[in-house]
Design a binder for this molecule. Structure first.
Ligand code: NAD
Length: 352
């Protein structure tokens, strides 16, 4: 039995991780530290079986030290971040504050409590992104753990800086850290500003599906449950000081993902009773096709062309491999949104 601290646990991946950890380790108590920004949501973890939410900021070093001491915590899984690339382009400051200064503050707290005491076993696991490696050409080899960093957006630059800090706290102070760099996640509880939930909910309400550039930017899609398995493998089998790439094995151009969403929406209207009454503005409710909503818009500034993950190391050293195929994972995700309108509906009108 142990207590673990999950930062950003009221967000998308962190929230999924809280449920995953509770199911796999029912004896462990999960302390969630989350500032509840626009992206955080109490209801995501309201049903968690063995967790409590502390509303607070990772930049509050005193609070983090107090939690580590009073709750006897020796494991931190660090998800908290500003995570949306488009927001980092319109307003980079919050990304610097939370992703760089916040991670540094958390590391300082961990160092002060874990390394100044009796030197007991501990672990700081940092969640990062494949975006730190920059952009690939179509024929370039996939990112490995030794690919040089070349972040292109304020978001990825802030994540790169946080990765370097985590590495430095290991090298300089001996803090036991691991880092995972993962690809694009999808699954339940994702805030509807990200591609899959945004396009799905727009298709349900008959709104345009805004496609950046030519729609041929390539991403590797990772089901969030597979990501949670990868994080668990890092915590249990990862070596301190090491980094691991976690991918979904589903490298797809955005347009293929968008076509798959459109097909799934049209299919849901054929298979699920009552959808035409619930979503009368969807093309599929009037005998039309969701792909009629596709609209090309000006490309994102500095839009990276392709990301791809070489996960040989995680497979060999951690025994990690993704279990979800993209088509099945997407269908399950979209059906989750249909079944959980109470979760996403209030977010559409939330102040961000
Ligand atoms: P998210 O935006 O859904 O959630 C972030 C959470 O962090 C929110 O609950 C928010 O309230 C909280 N938070 C923000 N600032 C905070 C602060 N200063 N103190 C405490 N809490 C704060 O993000 P996500 O998609 O779940 O991503 C989680 C992590 O995974 C991030 O570090 C992100 O960089 C990384 N990542 C995400 C993806 C993806 O596809 N979503 C891909 C690669 C890496």
């Amino acid at each position: 039995m142990a207590n673990i601290l999950v930062t950003g646990g009221a967000g998308f991946i962190g929230g999924n991780f809280v449920h995953f950890w509770n199911a796999r380790n029912p004896e462990d108590h999960v302390v969630v530290l989350d500032a509840l920004t626009y992206a955080g949501n109490r209801s995501t973890i309201a049903g968690a079986t063995n967790a409590d939410l502390v509303e607070g900021d990772i930049r509050d070093q005193g609070l983090v030290e107090q939690l580590l001491r009073e709750r006897d915590i020796a494991t931190i899984v660090h998800f908290a971040a500003e995570s949306h690339v488009d927001r980092s382009i319109s307003g980079p400051d919050a990304f610097i504050d939370t992703n760089i200064l916040g991670t540094n503050s958390l590391l300082k707290a961990a160092r002060s409590v874990w390394l100044d005491g009796d030197g007991k076993e501990h672990r700081f696991h940092h969640i990062s992104t494949d975006e730190v490696f920059g952009s690939l050409g179509n024929d370039d080899p996939a990112f490995s753990e030794t690919t040089p960093y070349a972040p292109n957006s304020p978001y990825s630059a802030s994540k790169a800086a946080s990765d370097h800090l985590v590495r430095a706290y290991h090298h300089t102070y001996g803090l036991e850290v691991t880092t995972s760099n993962c690809s694009n996640n999808y699954g339940p509880y994702q805030y509807p500003e990200k591609l899959i939930p945004l396009f799905f909910l727009n298709a349900l309400s008959g709104k345009p599906l805004p496609i950046y550039g030519d729609g041929m930017n390539v991403r590797d899609w990772l089901h969030v449950e597979d990501h949670c398995c990868g994080i668990e493998a890092c915590l249990t089998k990862g070596q301190p000081g090491e980094t691991y790439n976690i991918g979904g094995g589903a490298e797809l151009p955005n347009m293929e993902v968008i076509d798959a969403i459109c097909r799934e929406v049209d299919r849901a209207f054929e298979e699920v009773a009552g959808l035409a009454e619930r979503y009368p503005d969807a093309p599929a409710a009037k005998g039309g096709k969701s792909d009629s909503l596709k609209t090309f818009v000006t490309d994102r500034a500095g839009h990276d062309r392709r990301y791809a993950i070489d996960e040989t190391k995680a497979r060999g050293e951690l025994g990690y491999s993704a279990a979800h195929g993209f088509d099945e994972g997407l269908r399950q995700t979209l059906r989750w949104y249909l079944d959980n309108e109470d979760w996403w509906r209030p977010l559409l009108t939330r102040e961000a």
